[in-house]
Design a binder for this molecule. Sequence first.
Ligand code: 2U9
Length: 362
Amino acid sequence: MDTLEALRAELLEAVNTAADADALEAVRIAALGKKGRITDLMKTLGQMDPDQRRTFGQAVNTVKDEISALLDARKATFAEAALNAKLASERIDVSLPVRPEREGTLHPISQTYDEVVAIFGQMGFAVAEGPDIEDDFHNFTALNFPPGHPAREMHDTFFLNEQEGGVRHLLRTHTSPVQIRTMLSQKPPIRVIIPGRTYRCDSDMTHTPMFHQIEGLVIDKATHMGHLKGCLKEFVESYFEVSNVTVRFRPSFFPFTEPSAEVDIGCSRKGGELRIGAREDGCEDWLEILGCGMVHPNVLKACGLDPEEYQGFAFGMGLERIAMLKYGIPDLRTFFDSDVRWLKHYGFGPHDVPSLTGGLTR
Ligand code: 2U9
């Protein structure tokens, strides 16, 4: 019993003076582990007679429970102290700004697309879409292209393999087939813009095999060229964010419009910098920006509309071209190089979403 009392005192002392959780664990193993001193005492019980075993067993168990409880209490104290130390050293300053994250950018084509849609949307135009793979009727015939027109040739148009029955699909060379589909499926009044990809067998400094167009179509009973001119002037002023731009209509030819015109806008190239604006503001040069015209009567007829009852205007422009002019991008081919450095430089952040009230651009 003396030895048990001495062991009890020694272990209590060891538990109470353990410096940290590791030292405490060493005390636990030395007392209660497989070869611990209390465990060793328990092992001696088997050799004792029943009376002695009962008395000594109870005494050893009491010491064991006391030491175990004390070990648990000390362990909890160390754990709490460790947690408090961790909390104190890892205090978070919630007022610090967040770490900058790598952000993607919107491609200038996507941005320009959204800007143009926002401007025409405000004027009451709806967006129409159609397939990239077209047939001869929607891409050429309904648009008044005569049978031998050069645009129908293999070297201008990407044709798909001929199908059974001699049908040969093609990659649309303009977004105009969507206007044909719109006129065939909707009754006037029609007011749509069609942004989308177009394809031509052409690849040099100023042409890529795939490029983007945005075309517009308005059909009603009394739509005339004055409406066309006002609409395009409004668009150019909104897009280039200037209050007054001079516009000039130069006669031209397209199979699908009559009369047809190319539209130039006033600009200045003084000092090597392009500025869009009005003649009276010193913009005395001209810059070609888009093509347009009154929808040809043959096109209206091909879509089941009576040219005596309906007329309308149409226009078309290249998205890359107007993006290059507005954002000073010098080389068309860089649009499709997928160079992340280029995108970082010319791309737009997620908060540059164009709106007419919030401003079109950054
Ligand atoms: C229908 C009737 C008329 C669309 C038009 C142009 C003039 C035009 C070019 C601009 C540069 C194409 O991207 S570009 O190479 N487009 O000049 N487009 S009128 O006229 C239509 C379209 C559909 C049913």
